[in-house]
Design a protein around this ligand. Structure first.
Ligand SMILES: Cc1cc2nc3c(=O)[nH]c(=O)nc-3n(C[C@H](O)[C@H](O)[C@H](O)COP(=O)(O)OP(=O)(O)OC[C@H]3O[C@@H](n4cnc5c(N)ncnc54)[C@H](O)[C@@H]3O)c2cc1C
Length: 482
């Protein structure tokens, strides 16, 4: 295991990073490509649990997210992994890009916020992140999300229902882009479609362990685990390092460049403890809501696709409706552990689970608070009317969307308690008064401090966020010194 002891921490590094999830590891990768002689320290709160440990214990880390933040009574839960690799362990590897207009929500539709960068500016880094993760996907997706290069891997097989949907709606129904291998590469086998994606028994899924394990073991990188970062150290307006707890002692790791990528709940808490108070710090916490449906089919057997989620339907991802109601990405699910099989004789597989990820508008009142205790307190009391209208719109229009299929009945199922995507507490923007970091992920006031990961989202979109977090980190590394 590439872990150092606290005694081996050097006096000084070129870069010190808090956290080892998507934002951090992709920044590390991009940084060492630009500065191959530099030395980096990674400080990780959790342990290093390899794939064998995760499979044996059937979990991604030692601790449950629920004990690592304070949730207000009756409010929604949040899901994340603490440990080496962060969310790269537990994620299900669905990797859509944000849609071009997601970056210009306010100027196009008069709601929410614009991002300080465009889709076109991020596009080369999307491609680079897809190449690192070996994303599989269909070239036709470029009709909705323009691409400058092909997907590294071919798409996985669609189900029969997907093929019918695609024939009727070729511009909107696509095989899902996913960081699960279709074709084996090295030690990583193809996806086994066994529905335990958080543990991925074949290594088909991109994870920090299977892709960046070698980089982290490199002589240029030191990894200290069980090191909880508490604050950014500063002097005369510059970050000088990170203060952390390890084995009951506090220490400081020093570097001229400092990055915090500790998920969108813990990153703002660290910044608050660093005396970086700002009117929007910790605010605008948000995630998509997830509407669920069981579609009872008449005469088509389902669950014959290649992977647990086979397709995405982009019909409602963008358009004028976004002036009034949240956009939605619809996923076609290919596994039966949501609602089981049907009980009627011979019709067991005539059921199709469908999920819609519906956009919300980030609200200042939904936030992470530092109440002086050991853990961040999360307040998320409400969703917007905009989001509720988006959910209603999905329910109303779903029969029409599914009209290419022989549908017997659509059974609405309860909304998921969480969409698994924590976003927005250190939002990026052009205005230092209204945002925490700029388009290069650099803190507006402390210019040698970067914030990595999904904390920087200024608006929600409908896409699963990790590919975008990876692309933003690659771009941030590329932009250093610009
Ligand atoms: C069950 C599940 C399924 C998901 N599926 C998908 C999917 O299919 N597609 C998708 O795009 N996204 C998915 N996600 C979301 C994805 O995991 C997150 O979007 C992503 O991990 C966010 O990246 P990040 O870098 O912001 O944070 P993380 O990846 O969570 O990394 C944060 C890191 O910081 C560490 N850390 C936290 N606090 C401290 C501290 N104080 N000191 C030191 N280290 C600290 C953590 O241990 C971790 O290593 C899923 C999430 C869950 C829970």
């Amino acid at each position: 295991m590439p872990i150092i002891s606290s005694e081996s921490v050097q006096e000084r590094y070129d870069l010190v990073i808090a956290g080892t999830g998507f934002g951090s590891l992709f920044f590390l990768h991009g940084y060492l490509e630009r500065f191959p002689q530099h030395r980096v320290l990674l400080l990780e709160w959790g342990s290093y649990r390899d794939q064998a440990w995760q499979l044996k214990h059937r979990r991604n880390g030692d601790r449950d997210a629920e004990g690592m933040y304070v949730r207000q009574p009756g409010q929604k839960p949040w899901a994340f992994t603490i440990g080496f690799g962060g969310g790269t362990n537990c994620w299900w590897a669905v990797t859509p890009r944000l849609a071009p207009n997601d970056f210009q929500l306010k100027s196009r539709y008069g709601v929410g916020e614009d991002w300080p960068i465009t889709y076109e500016e991020l596009e080369p880094y999307y491609l680079a992140a897809e190449r690192v993760m070996l994303v599989s996907g269909p070239e036709e997706l470029a009709r909705r999300y323009p691409r400058s290069g092909p997907f590294p891997q071919p798409p996985h097989n669609l189900s029969t229902a997907d093929k019918r949907m695609q024939a009727a709606s070729p511009d909107h129904h696509f095989a899902i882009p996913t960081a699960r291998l279709r074709v084996p590469v090295g030690q990583r086998a193809a996806c086994c479609n066994s529905m335990v994606c958080n543990l991925c028994p074949t290594g088909a899924k991109f994870s920090g362990l299977n892709t960046f394990g070698g980089l982290v073991a490199d002589d240029r990188v030191d990894l200290l685990t069980n090191a909880r970062v508490r604050a950014v150290e500063k002097q005369a307006g510059h970050a000088t390092g990170l203060r952390y707890d390890h084995a009951g002692r506090q220490a400081v790791a020093r570097a001229p460049l400092v990055a915090v990528g500790c998920n969108a709940i813990h990153t703002p808490f660290i910044l608050m403890r660093s005396g970086l108070e700002h009117p929007v710090l910790g605010r605008y916490l948000h995630e998509k809501s997830v509407a669920q449906f069981e579609v009872l089919l008449d005469g088509i057997d389902h669950f014959d696709g290649g992977i647990p989620t086979t397709a995405c339907n982009t019909s409602w991802v963008d358009g004028e409706h976004r002036r009034e109601a949240g956009a939605a990405m619809v996923y076609f699910i290919n596994h039966y552990n949501l609602y089981g099989l049907r009980t009627e004789w011979g019709r067991w597989r005539q059921t199709l689970p469908v999920e819609a990820f519906v956009e919300d508008i980030p609200q200042a009142s939904n936030r992470v608070i530092d109440d002086g205790g050991d853990l961040p307190v999360v307040e998320h009391a409400t969703r917007t009317r905009y989001n509720r209208k988006g959910m209603q719109r999905v329910a109303e229009l779903l029969p029409e969307l599914l009209s290419p299929l022989p549908v017997e009945r659509i059974v609405p199922r309860p909304e998921l308690p969480t969409g698994y995507h924590i976003q927005g507490t250190c939002r990026m923007g052009r205005e230092p008064d209204a945002s925490i970091v700029d388009a290069d992920l650099r803190h507006h006031q402390v210019r040698n401090l970067l914030v990595l990961g999904t904390a920087v989202w200024p608006s929600c979109g409908t896409a699963n966020p990790s590919l975008t977090a990876a692309a933003l980190s690659l771009r941030a590394a590329d932009r250093l010194g610009s």
